[in-house]
Design a protein around this ligand. Structure first.
Ligand code: ITT
Length: 207
């Protein structure tokens, strides 16, 4: 089977940039939702990363009828029983330690809420999770996962990434992911790990 086009089904520009870089070397045409004429809205209403990622991959793939990569990702914080987890993108609005209203933008509001909830807590350990689904309509679907372990900084630093990057210090580093270049982040990130495993699986399936 030859795959020459893949739709990266995300509305998140930060994620899209990272996925594009990760698939750079394979000579596959990468499309994004912005390249598609007709738009559809897929709601992320499931309780696990895998269920949400499968839902996104299936709905976009069946609608556009091309191979799709969809991801559900998030940050799990030990001292918050795994929150924000699957609610990472809209943590500000979740009724967990209060609802926050958006001041500057969603990412900054999510970060502010998380830092507030961790005030005075000694355990600041957390991990990023990425579940990636690759789906070829009416043919097959596979999924992989990746993790990035670290801790939550006391204040934001760096503006190179997105989401919670400015407050996440990966294990064995002293700087936040917000201070990592794209390529450097992809080498150690949850998304980078999940895509690496996906490519290994695909090589076995396709060749
Ligand atoms: P799509 O569903 O359209 O892909 P999204 O932003 O809603 O975009 P998710 O549901 O997977 O994506 O939510 C992931 C959220 O978790 C994201 O909005 C960030 O707040 C956070 N997140 C995920 N990966 C991250 C990363 O690499 N760095 C920082 N924050 C990340």
């Amino acid at each position: 089977m030859k795959i020459d086009k893949i739709l990266i089904a995300t509305t998140n520009k930060g994620k899209l940039r990272e996925f594009k870089k990760l698939f750079n070397e394979f000579g596959i045409e990468i499309l994004s939702l912005e390249d598609m004429d007709k738009k559809i809205n897929v709601e992320e209403d499931r309780k696990t990363f895998l269920e949400n990622a499968i839902k996104k991959a299936k709905e976009y793939g069946d609608f556009y009828k091309i191979p799709v990569i969809a991801e559900d990702a998030g940050l799990e914080v030990e001292a918050l029983n795994g929150y924000p987890g699957v609610y990472s993108a809209r943590f500000y609005s979740i009724d967990f330690g209060g609802k926050f209203s958006i001041e500057e933008n969603i990412d900054k509001t999510n970060v502010k809420k998380l830092l507030k909830l961790l005030e005075g807590k000694e355990n600041r350990k957390g991990r990023f999770v990425s579940v990636v689904v690759f789906y070829v309509p009416e043919n097959f679907g596979i999924w992989t996962e990746g993790y990035c372990y670290g801790s939550i900084a006391k204040q934001p630093k760096g503006d190179k990434g997105f989401g919670y990057d400015p407050i996440f210090i990966p294990e064995n580093y002293t700087k936040t992911l917000g201070e990592f270049d794209l390529e450097e982040k992809n080498k150690i990130s949850h998304r980078g790990q999940a895509v690496k495993k996906l490519i290994e699986k695909l090589k076995k399936l396709i060749n």
